[in-house]
Design a protein around this ligand. Structure first.
Ligand SMILES: Cc1cc2nc3c(=O)[nH]c(=O)nc-3n(C[C@H](O)[C@H](O)[C@H](O)COP(=O)(O)OP(=O)(O)OC[C@H]3O[C@@H](n4cnc5c(N)ncnc54)[C@H](O)[C@@H]3O)c2cc1C
Length: 388
């Protein structure tokens, strides 16, 4: 490399952490700024499906000991994707043969983030919330943080998620829509549960169920290779629906205590197959929280400068394709490659190549996730705009 560009990453989620590893391994001077002191403070979900795209990106950017840690803390591979009606009649079923015992097909979000942080302690600054930046005439970018701290870099990467402060300044017109679906997230710890009571498909992979009232449920196992110290194997249990189907406004849903929220999930599955209702009723009510599903509608190219974006910051999408984190990982691998190959002189060319390729594949994944959301949730057009 002709020079050593200073790269500032804002956001220590899946994409930012992966990029930090890729750049650091290549000798790039990188710092990562994360607003939260506790990385698991904001709850986004429990289980993340990892596709071959994500798996390849992880293999590309992670140093061997970190990659090993991700494999060790991942779930044992699942081999099924299936759909059911609410009476548990199979609507479709697709099996995926497990070819490698060390395959990564799903992770627990908290354990994954912890594994991805391995070895990055020296370059992460926590408690740094970016509030704005200025691109100087000489190419340097000045970052401003809520605590008054300032930093300078040759490249700023906004990896700061769906409510990105970097995007708000760089692409203020990028539309992010509330697609109208709310998820009530829960989990059922499997310790002490008779696994024979659980429909076998639920322990094999991702299963989606739906009734004729527009209420859906997703169930998927997290069976650890090596469980974290704090908790063990569990089933992710999720109820989905529009506010109308759930019979609650956002003010009501987001104001409920976890136990009340999960009570709603149990109530909505009361007439479902008893095996499903029993599982929902056995889930940990204290683990419940609501999530709003958002998506962009498209990504238009922008004039390349020294500030770019990756992951949900630039292509927020519904989880219906199981692809948001995988695409963020793909972005991280591509951007690490481009920045590593570039000297200080042609950084903007490298960023332009990254943006062109990323916008191409990410646009297709966003469209797919919206199509899947239509099929799964029956929403045809996002009904309301959302600011974060
Ligand atoms: C319910 C649900 C289920 C999902 N399931 C899947 C799945 O199975 N497979 C899949 O591929 N994807 C899934 N996704 C999508 C996936 O979670 C996201 O696409 C992924 O987390 C995006 O990673 P990211 O690094 O871009 O952003 P994030 O993981 O959101 O990380 C952003 C980080 O930036 C920090 N930050 C934010 N603002 C600032 C600021 N101003 N200054 C400093 N730091 C800041 C945040 O604290 C956070 O740590 C799911 C999403 C949801 C909501």
């Amino acid at each position: 490399m002709a020079g050593t560009p200073r790269v500032a990453i804002v956001g220590g989620g899946v994409g930012g952490l992966a990029l930090a590893h890729g750049l650091r391994a290549a000798g790039v001077d990188v710092r990562l700024y994360e607003r939260d002191l506790d990385p698991n403070r904001r709850r986004q979900g429990y289980r993340i499906h990892i596709s071959q795209v994500g798996e390849q990106a992880l293999a590309e950017v992670l140093p061997e000991p970190v990659h090993r840690r991700v494999v060790e803390t991942a779930t044992r591979p699942g081999d099924l994707l299936a759909g059911f009606d609410h009476r548990l009649n199979t609507l479709f079923e697709q099996a995926f043969p497990i070819t490698r015992p060390d395959a990564i097909t799903a992770v627990d979000r908290e354990a994954f983030r912890r594994a991805l942080t391995t070895g990055l302690e020296g370059i992460i600054e926590r408690g740094r919330e970016l509030v704005g930046y200025t691109e100087g005439p000489g190419g340097a970018v000045e970052l401003r943080f809520a605590d008054g701290h300032r930093a300078t870099a040759d490249v700023l990467v906004g990896a700061d998620g769906v409510g990105s402060a970097v995007r708000a300044q760089l692409l203020p017109d990028l539309e992010v829509l509330d697609i109208g679906v709310r998820c009530l997230y829960g989990r059922l710890p499997l310790s002490g549960i008779d696994r024979d009571r659980i429909p076998p498909a639920f322990l094999r992979g991702f299963c989606f169920l739906a009734d004729e009232r527009g209420i859906g449920a997703a169930v998927a196992p997290v069976l650890f290779r090596e469980p974290p110290a704090e908790y063990g194997d569990y089933l992710m249990t999720v109820l989905t629906g529009t506010n109308d189907a759930l019979g609650r406004s956002d003010d009501e849903l987001f104001g409920l205590a976890p136990e009340e929220l999960w009570g709603l999930a149990v109530e909505h599955t009361a007439t479902w197959h008893p095996a499903v209702h029993d599982l929902m009723a056995a889930a940990d009510p204290a683990a419940a929280f609501p999530v709003t599903l958002r998506s962009c509608t498209g990504i238009d190219p922008w004039p390349t400068g020294r500030v770019t974006l990756l992951g949900d910051a630039v292509h927020p999408m519904t989880p219906a394709a199981g692809a948001g984190a995988n695409t963020a990982l793909r972005d991280a691998a591509l951007l690490a490659r481009e920045l590593t190959d570039a000297g200080r002189g042609d950084l903007v060319d490298a960023l332009a190549r990254y943006e062109t390729e990323m916008i191409g594949y990410a646009s297709e994944v966003v469209r797919q996730s919206l199509r899947n959301a239509e099929q799964m949730f029956g929403v045809h057009r996002a009904p309301a705009e959302s600011g974060s």
